[in-house]
Ligand binder design. Sequence first.
Ligand SMILES: C[S@@+](CC[C@H](N)C(=O)[O-])C[C@H]1O[C@@H](n2cnc3c(N)ncnc32)[C@H](O)[C@@H]1O
Length: 340
Amino acid sequence: MLTPLKAKSEGKLAKQICKVVLDHFEKQYSKELGDTWNTVREILTSPSCWQYAVLLNRFNYPFELEKDLHLKGYHTLFQESLPNYPKSMKCYLSRTPGRIPSERHQVGNLKKYYLLNAASLLPVLALELRDGEKVLDLCAAPGGKSIALLQCACPGYLQCNEYDSLRFRWLRQTLESFIPQPLINVIKVSELDGRKMGDAQPEMFDKMLVDAPCSNDRSWLFSSDSQKASCRISQRRKLPLLQIELLRSAIKALRPGGILVYSTCTLSKAENQDVISEILNSHSNMMPVDIKGIARTCSQDFTFAPTGQECGLLVIPDKGKAWGPMYVAKLKKSWSTGKW
Ligand SMILES: C[S@@+](CC[C@H](N)C(=O)[O-])C[C@H]1O[C@@H](n2cnc3c(N)ncnc32)[C@H](O)[C@@H]1O
């Protein structure tokens, strides 16, 4: 049952907040985040405060739109300030809420921009993709991070994988509407269980993105079917196991010296810090990589909550910085265990 509680939206049809989910989050996050949760809850339940970043497509560059964004007061994320920031990736943010309209796909024309939560770029940037590298996006649909990866560099090989068949089709469509044909040829799109890929392709990749299935806080709060929402909540405790299994497989598929980035769009400590601690405790060949520098560089645009980890960042939605939730952790594989 939906509660009469209305999200504070300016839209004619205000989204409704699912009370079952809100109550559940309230219990957990007020414990985990303390008073910070009050602000986070206010933003998450007020779609009228939400912000949308504009990622320009370097394969069909929108010069006019870029001028227009400047005039509208948008600024670029990270420009010049983050060491190793790929100049080819341009993402515009505004400090005020709202969004420009999404673009319709026209056959034969690549889309010019992608609207996204700016915090989703942090895992992509943390990966530091270089030209020629072999990269696996293990849980890729609908494809936002794959598109962003291709704005940063030209990989020698990119595999975009998605297990769910409907979402797999969505992923294909996203790639086709942003990426030119010659580049599509270096991309393999697969529909496999990510938990099995390590055994199938051991030590094949230089870089690995595990943007894991998680309790997606923003969308769960607006579940339209509260029975389904209750079911999700009761299944929620199984997610860390799935996330750990995906990471174990990803580690197998990573070459020694390779980099793995793990991300989720939940605030939940059990799916974030605890998952990464479990991986570090059970894999002596996986080393944490300090990414606090990223947080220092972009503290004007993002608000971070403490994670107690040097290798893990948590972006929390804040007033005027309504980005996240997004957890990002970076690990390096130091040697092969040769067990496969
Ligand atoms: C957070 S979403 C990925 C979002 C995507 N990276 C993006 O930026 O657009 C997680 C995805 O993992 C997929 N997934 C769930 N279980 C999986 C599995 N065992 N193997 C691979 N993908 C899986 C889900 O269907 C979902 O599409």
